[in-house]
Ligand binder design. Structure first.
Ligand code: BEZ
Length: 310
């Protein structure tokens, strides 16, 4: 059995479809089906229930899946650790969601580079969900994201909860709330632009879930491709949009920003790493986060982190 067979099997289980798995793996469907069949023959067990749509694992298949994920994760970890140990110029690959570029990510990375001149930093943009996959495959060593996604192979450290703001045109009828703040229940009749229009879950899902948590149903949510589009439409006098506080620095003309007062209205900023990762980089990165938070007067939480940041 080769590792790629385990990867094929895990992808089929996660996508619950041979077609989608084949697309994701960039191979044709018939060879993928054949490889799965060969794997079943080699193991002498049925991994999937015959004829099930979406594809469902048997009990034995589910057991095998959990162990296959562990094997792949351990292999990725071992490879990435071994590469790191063998390289003189060390590289750390950091996944990030693009909206964090408006938050404190640039300051944190700048500080990390300054404090660790021997370590090369490679920044790679990935949605929070894709970061999980990238971590498991060893494509990145850590990932900064905004969603509450959990996965048994990944440890997530909550760094802080960023407040949300409502972006409106400076002549909008809600401007009277700019200094006092507003509750989401006050905007359900507005046209609200949400973003991005990428694979879910994403920031748009987070906003939806906050409304749901508050028992609110906005009348008109319109999904657009990305934050600049949402702000541009608001700036042209159409609707409103909810953004992380830091994105108000984007500086689009004629916009003003209202603090959202609901406790539930925040975007978690977290750091994800492979569960067993003992990398010394983690504490070095967290030290930089801590230092930047101190400079900015932000209380650090680091929920889920057991190590030390000096
Ligand atoms: C922040 O804005 O809090 C932040 C952004 C990126 C990485 C870590 C923290």
């Amino acid at each position: 059995m080769e590792l790629r067979h385990l990867r094929y099997f895990v992808t089929v289980v996660e996508e619950q479809s041979i077609t989608k798995a084949a697309e994701k793996l960039c191979i044709a469907q018939p060879p993928l089906s054949r490889q799965i069949q060969k794997l079943e023959e080699e193991l002498g067990i049925l991994l999937f229930e015959r004829g099930s749509r979406p594809v469902r694992t048997t009990d034995a298949g589910q057991f095998f899946y959990q162990h296959a994920v562990q094997i792949l994760t351990h292999t990725a970890q071992a490879t990435s650790m071994a590469k790191r140990i063998s390289s003189i110029n060390m590289i750390i690959r950091i996944g990030y969601v693009s909206s964090l570029l408006y938050a404190l990510l640039p300051q944190i990375i700048y500080l990390f580079r300054h404090n660790n001149p021997d370590i090369q930093v490679e920044l790679i943009e990935y949605g929070t969900k894709d970061q999980i996959e990238a971590l498991k495959l060893g494509k990145i060593d850590l990932g900064f994201g905004r969603l509450r996604i959990s996965d048994p192979a990944i440890k997530r450290i909550l760094l802080r909860k960023e407040k949300l703001k409502l972006a409106i045109h400076k002549n909008h009828h809600l401007t009277e709330y700019v200094h006092i703040g507003i509750y989401l229940s006050q905007i359900i009749d507005e046209s609200i632009f949400s973003y991005p229009a990428t694979q879910k879950p994403n920031f748009s899902t987070l906003i939806q879930s906050i409304f749901t948590e508050l028992g609110l149903v906005p009348k008109n949510m319109i999904e657009v491709r990305e934050i600049h589009m949402a702000l541009g439409l608001v700036s042209s006098g159409e609707g409103v949009c909810i953004i992380p506080e830091s994105a108000s620095d984007i500086g689009m003309k004629n916009l003003v920003y209202i603090p959202i007062l609901d406790m539930e209205a925040y975007s978690p900023i977290s750091l994800a790493v492979r569960n067993m990762d003992q990398s010394p980089y983690l504490s070095k990165v967290l030290e930089c986060v801590k230092q930047v938070f101190e400079e900015e007067g932000i209380a650090f939480q680091f929920e889920g982190y057991q190590g030390n940041t000096a």
